[in-house]
Design a protein around this ligand. Structure first.
Ligand SMILES: [Cu+2]
Length: 369
């Protein structure tokens, strides 16, 4: 299927060492029209700066068991233990997700990284891309981070969201977009504001950002450092639950199999489970080939989880208009329905795309056959 993807390791904590790359599948015939495209890969980085990913995992697991720390005691990664991660502001909990007025919460993440990157570059030496007045620019945004949700904005410009996870959607316009780990968002940008502009990817729940720079042809000078959140981030936010599929020809979905899938766990023990089981100590979920499956995903935790299914696309939100995706970000205490047809035999992983949740149990094998 054509679109924006990325390939990456699934072994241990290798993802947090940068073992990934963008994978762009060109369609036979491009249906979008634009003048140039740029792929932006977002990441969070600690390896070699604040210990290793293994140190970070030990600290997360240790923090819940031993308030005296690990003996290291030097890693500044976990935000102040007096403010429990996940206990930050959870706004909009009273409103139905996806309804007008609902906006996703911004939760303090498990890990605050020393660096946030775009295309491997830090804010001190940002990746720069060119634009030209009058052109339409396509940005392919890929969140390859291990533990960071980003809020992305291009200062001085609006974003027109046209694809998610490689699939066409009904276009949506806004000032900023939210992208969870594993998700891909394609936006079109009308280049009508010459100058040198920051593209920020703010690490959700932190005071830090990743940065890239859009430079119009003929525009000189450099950016001043980003010290506060650009106004765009407080503007209209595009997020997963607002997205509707462009392909609305499908009939209503009648599931053959409906399964509640309970996401549990917490920062204390730092064990994350699906239906109470922590992979690898977990049973496979058996599905017959050809079955139409509905997962009722219930996040019973105070952290968001970008849940990712291998080998299939699913429709989000129990509606023929629901977006076709392979990853869905589920906020604290939220319930999201996903519908999919088990048409790809074999063993497939279903897991949280937060690497440290996956590594401490939030994964199951789905056996189709
Ligand atoms: Cu998770």
């Amino acid at each position: 299927v054509a679109g924006t993807y990325f390939y990456h390791t699934h072994v241990g904590l290798q993802l947090d060492r940068g073992l990934y790359g963008a994978l762009i599948v060109e369609p036979r015939q491009e249906t979008l029209s634009y003048d140039r495209e740029v792929t932006l890969v977002l990441d969070d980085w600690l390896d070699g700066i604040a210990g290793t990913p293994e140190d970070a995992l030990r600290q997360l697991v240790g923090a819940g068991h031993d308030s005296h720390g690990m003996g290291h005691g030097t890693l500044p990664l976990i935000p102040g233990m007096n403010t429990m991660p996940g206990m930050g502001t959870i706004s909009g909990m009273g409103t139905m997700p996806g309804m007008p007025g609902w906006s996703p919460p911004e939760v303090t993440p498990d890990l605050v990284y020393p660096l946030y990157l775009i295309n491997g570059r830090s804010v001190d030496a940002p990746f720069e891309f060119a634009g030209k007045r009058g052109e339409l620019l396509r940005l392919r945004l890929i969140n390859a981070a291990s533990a960071t949700i980003f809020r992305v904005a291009l200062v001085g410009h609006r974003l027109r969201l046209v694809q998610v996870d490689g699939q066409p959607i009904e276009p949506l316009e806004g000032n900023a977009l939210r992208i969870g780990m594993g998700e891909r968002y394609d936006v079109l940008v009308q280049l009508d504001n010459p100058g040198v502009w920051p593209l920020v990817a703010w690490a959700e729940g932190t005071n830090a950002t990743a940065l890239a720079v859009l430079r119009y042809e003929g525009s000189g000078g450099s950016l001043s450092p980003i010290t506060t959140r650009p106004a765009e981030l407080a503007g209209e936010l595009l997020h997963g639950l607002r997205v509707r599929s462009a392909n609305t020809d499908s009939a209503p979905f009648t599931p053959d199999l409906e399964l509640p899938v309970i996401l549990s766990g917490g920062m204390g023990q730092y064990v994350w489970t699906i239906d109470g089981q922590a992979y690898p100590n977990a049973e496979p979920i058996h599905v017959k080939l050809g079955q139409r499956v509905r997962f009722r995903l219930q996040n019973m935790t105070m952290m968001p989880h970008p849940m990712h299914l291998h080998g299939h696309f699913f429709r989000v939100g129990q509606s023929p208009q629901g977006a076709l995706r392979d990853t869905v970000l589920i906020d604290p205490m939220q319930e999201v329905m996903i519908d999919w047809e088990a048409d790809n035999p074999g063993q497939w992983a279903f897991h949280c795309h937060h690497l440290y949740h996956q590594e401490t149990g939030m994964m199951r094998i789905i056996e189709i056959g």
